[in-house]
Design a protein around this ligand. Structure first.
Ligand code: NAP
Length: 255
């Protein structure tokens, strides 16, 4: 089949992207350019989100059932779960709703970072918090939703970086608001200014981030939270690979 034929078959197919990530934004741009009718869904967590190209809807669906209703009501041809690898609830809902409605689904997620033998790997935030030795001076780069796991560790000091102000008060903590990617010298300056001894991060994957480069250079202890178990669905690592998967599905059975 020629590329022209594939485009003809795909043109106008309705794709719902579960987004909130840079990969999801890149995918929305690519699919829009290829003639797909793309809607990206955002959870609505951030007040000032980076908006993707194409249509956007914001807010939860009301569980797997609500998402299934949405897929039927909006005659979605294909569902793409491009949420963050730690958005486990949404990924489970996507899988269940796709199965219930017979909608093809794939996940777009970056490959995890290869594990450095010097890292301490932990299964969740509670374990990360327990792993810190008393007196640790910690750079926390885990976002704001799971920060609560660390508040009981009043024997440690925390510099927490996140995109927006957290709702919970964090007395005695230093908050650094910002959206990545960051440069290695900025990370270095931050770590030096606060005499950081430990870095805590999720294994988000994707391009090797400056914080890990900095931690290696400064010989910080690194605690990495492993990815949660996600449903077993077709998974690709790049928007281009997702486009190829989509082309392989055509022609779509119109709902
Ligand atoms: P989660 O715990 O897996 O999901 C909790 C609930 O939030 C879901 O059940 C769903 O509500 C709603 N939701 C999540 N993602 C949604 C989306 N893209 N569109 C509509 N509703 C969504 O998710 P999370 O970890 O809070 O992540 C929320 C969003 O932030 C996601 O879009 C994710 O890609 C992005 N994000 C997360 C992280 C992270 O570390 N977790 C990092 C960067 C970006 P209903 O059940 O009502 O549908």
């Amino acid at each position: 089949m020629t590329k022209g034929n594939v485009q003809d078959l795909c043109a106008g197919a309705r794709v719902l992207i579960l987004g909130g990530t840079s990969l999801a934004r890149a995918l929305a741009t690519l699919l829009g350019r290829e003639g797909y009718a793309v809607t990206t869904s955002l959870a609505g967590r951030t007040r000032d989100p980076l908006l993707p190209d194409g249509a956007v809807r914001i807010g939860g669906f009301g569980g797997a059932r609500g998402l299934a209703d949405y897929l039927v009501a909006h005659r979605v041809d294909v569902l793409v779960d491009a949420t963050h690898p730690f958005a486990a609830r949404m990924s489970a809902n996507a899988h269940e709703a796709a199965r219930a409605t017979g909608t093809p689904v794939a996940r777009l997620a970056p490959a995890p970072w290869p594990v450095d033998p010097d890292w301490m790997m932990v299964p969740d935030m509670a374990s990360a918090a327990r792993s810190l030795p008393p007196g640790a001076r910690v750079l926390l780069t885990i976002g704001r939703q799971e920060i609560g796991a660390f508040v009981a560790r009043t024997d440690c000091s925390f510099v927490a970086r996140m995109i927006e102000q957290p709702e919970m008060p964090l007395p005695g903590w230093t908050l650094v608001l910002g959206r990545g990617p960051f440069a290695t010298d900025t990370e270095q300056a931050l770590a030096e200014a606060h005499a950081i001894t430990h870095l805590v991060t999720k294994n988000a994957g994707g391009p090797w981030p400056a914080k890990l480069e900095m931690a290696r250079a400064q010989r910080l202890a690194v605690i990495v939270v492993q990815r949660p178990q996600l449903p077993d669905v077709e998974t690709v690592g790049t928007p281009q690979a997702l486009l190829e998967w989509l082309a392989g599905l055509a022609p779509y059975s119109r709902k």
